[in-house]
Design a binder for this molecule. Structure first.
Ligand code: SER
Length: 325
């Protein structure tokens, strides 16, 4: 199909941490006009606005999504709109509403309009304290203790239900903490692993909200984008799983992250002042077994802690020098 006749892609949550970079990657791949960026209320960046179409919608209000589905002839949805773990504990009902009722609306529209494919992200937050924490298996105990985690488990089940019951080709991964240099994350437990880089560049000092020995699975944005698009493009016949792929890249403690940054910025100081997010972090795995993703669709990350840190500090350092950080 030529790019001109191609049906369109909708990205919800396109102003968010992953959505913003995913939208640009999809525009590069499929043509700017074929990728509709949407958000609920946050002002989009100039980069997003100037490179292709943008609309405000609210996934909780189905009619606002249906309008753009019709207007733009949407055929594929990446549903990146969500309330993350820390905000979810402060506003559990909002978290349920956006992550569940919003998802339900997206899946219903995909079914009604016979869309080709839907991407629905899950998270390491689907696991809980009873789950094995090292090399967490693909099939394991899913008893999260956060509202965010509850919506992620229910979301995986609902998405797989839509695949089985209605033939909607829904796909998804359990993202680890995502580290990136373009858009800050908001309201997550793994946000410290991004903020530490910004503060190291700006102030050479960071107060981390989890303990030094807190270890979580993490991933650099280029791998996150690649994995997301690769999963969406693989032939359906290759997949045994659909909405719940474990996805791993690297695991490190907050202290190890600080030491890696110190290799580049020796005067950097990190102190630790755990808050309510410590309990959430302690309920999540330290490392993930992602062999199903590797086997079924060829997942293979490229970055490790050292190459990611070098790249993050270079990018943020440059923006700081230009006075844009
Ligand atoms: N990064 C997310 C959070 O911290 C995990 O999916 O909430």
């Amino acid at each position: 199909m030529s790019k001109k006749n191609m049906k369109k892609i909708l990205v919800t949550g396109s102003v968010g941490q992953i959505g913003s970079e995913l939208t640009m990657a999809l525009r590069k791949k499929h043509g700017n006009d074929n990728v509709l960026a949407t958000g609920r209320k946050t002002k989009p960046s100039e980069t997003l606005l100037n490179s292709g179409p943008f609309e405000f919608i609210d996934i909780v209000k189905k009619e606002t999504v249906e309008k753009v589905v019709k207007d733009y002839d949407i055929d594929t949805i990446y549903n990146m709109a969500a309330i993350l773990s820390a905000t979810g504990e402060e506003k559990p009902l909002l978290c349920w509403d956006v992550n569940m009722n919003g998802l339900y609306n997206i899946l219903e529209l995909a079914r009604e309009y016979e869309m080709t494919r839907v991407f629905v992200p899950s998270s390491i937050a689907a696991f809980g304290p009873e789950t094995p924490r090292i090399d967490t298996p693909q099939e394991t105990v899913l008893k999260p203790k956060t509202m965010y985690g509850v919506t992620k488990v229910a979301g995986e089940l609902l998405a797989d239900y839509y695949f089985k019951r209605f033939n909607v080709d829904v796909r998804g991964v359990r993202y680890p903490g995502i580290i990136s240099s373009e858009t800050l994350p908001g309201g997550g437990t793994t946000d410290y692993a991004v903020a530490i880089y910004y503060e190291a560049i700006k102030n050479k000092r960071y107060t981390c909200f989890v303990k030094k020995d807190t270890t979580l699975p993490m991933m650099y944005m280029p791998d996150c984008i690649k994995g997301t698009i690769d999963l969406m493009e693989v032939d359906l016949s290759k997949l045994k799983h659909h909405s719940d792929f474990n996805l791993a890249s690297m695991s490190f403690s907050a202290g190890e992250l600080a030491s890696e940054i110190k290799k580049h910025i020796p005067e950097f100081i990190c102190d630790y002042k755990p808050d309510f997010r410590q309990v959430i972090a302690d309920s999540w795995p330290q490392s993930i077994d992602d062999s199903a993703a590797r086997k079924e669709w060829g997942w293979k990350p490229s970055y490790n802690l050292s190459s990611m840190t070098k790249d993050m500090l270079e990018k943020l350092g440059k923006r700081h020098e230009e006075g844009k950080l």
